[in-house]
Design a protein. Sequence first.
Length: 492
Amino acid sequence: MDHSTAPVLDALLAYHDQDQLPFTPPGHKQGRGADPRVRAVLGDALFRADMLAVSGLDDRTTSGKVLERAERLMADAVGAEHTFFSTCGSSLSVKAAMLAVAGPHEKLLVSRDAHKSVVSGLILAGIRPVWVEPQWDARLHLAHPPAPDSFRAAFEAHPDARGALLTSPTPYGTCADINAVAELCHARGVPLIVDEAWGAHLPFHPELPTWAMDAGADVCVTSVHKMGSGLEQGSVFHLQGDLITPHTLASRADLLDTTSPSVLVYAALDGWRRQMVEHGHTLMEDALARARRVRAAVQGVDGLHVNGRDDFCSAGLAFDMDPLQIFIDLSEVKFSGYDAADWLRRHHRINLHTSDHRRINAQLTHADDERTTGRLLDGLRDLVAHADDLPPAPGIRIPDPSELRLRQVTLPRDAFFGEVEQVPADQAVGRVCAETLTPYPPGIPAALPGELLDQAVVDYLRTGVEAGMFVPDAADSTVATIRVSVHDVGAD
């Protein structure tokens, strides 16, 4: 296939070259109606590229097959059989994949370190989750993807499960043994979904962890906006094999997708594919070399420790890790990751990604260079130099794995849509949670609808919020009160 072409971008150019005149949405009409103050910030080019996908980018019957051609090129670029674009992020894509595998009251094996969007999919579909436990690092208080043996045990206990869903890489950059889990699924004739939102770059360099399609997954969901050059909300989901048909997956996505997709997002996805086919290996080679230099430099800052393979990858922990995710342990400097992230934004205008009670994370991509990483290193050195200006890390009551893992006593859908009440957090202990309580980032729920709340998790969330944790999806983001089911629920 000719990867020098970019069907969406080419169609955008043709639209303007042909002097097409819209009497359709969007109402700003190529920016002519936009407030000049808005145009001054966003730029005229953005408005000129914002048009309908149908009766705009393509004609009324989509005879130009602009999007179809772009998706075929994307599939060819990464070796998938089918690819679908999404302008609603991987949050939509993963829900579509789940709906293609399991229906109401059917079982799906799900790694418990799943993103909140997976929980939303369970609620919408009425799927019965069979949780597969992550591998817990008690020393670093960190969860890694479940081991294949955990999936094997779950399948043996639930042979009627319709498939499995695995998150890899995690927001902490650690990866599962996808190939082994795929083999377990396929031996039972069921598909494997991999939420690979953080892995858009993985197909383009052999030193990176194996990407899901090469490892045998049936569906792979990827957020191009996270580690690629897509615009926010730009996602693709890939399909291979015959356990899920392309029509089934497309029809499930159509249930959730917008009927007014952003051509801007399509164009960025299309252009990123061309960029990576032509230059991806070199871009990743440079990024990996830069990451090695940054890791060495941060490790040389007194009091900072960069988490590497020795920390994350070994028996009982992760199978692999993405070296572009730079996680920095702050245990020796005694202040929290929350305060460190806030200090760096306030004093150096540096925005970090994940921060928790003891870590901060700088996500590197092919877009970084010596200027950006130099500024990061300067900020980190200054952070340590001003350690006395930051308060000591407050105590967060982090449960051990047995306490952290709540018991699912009813379907997430039933608890979420059932009769609920808001009660003080202490009174929520022993009650069925009716909302998703998610420290964000990284967006992995500490408690979700249908789980029986215990004192340890409530204490974790309450002390976490006091320390700077952000729980945006809670009805009460302070977690002083929690939404619970009105009715007592017996064991499911």
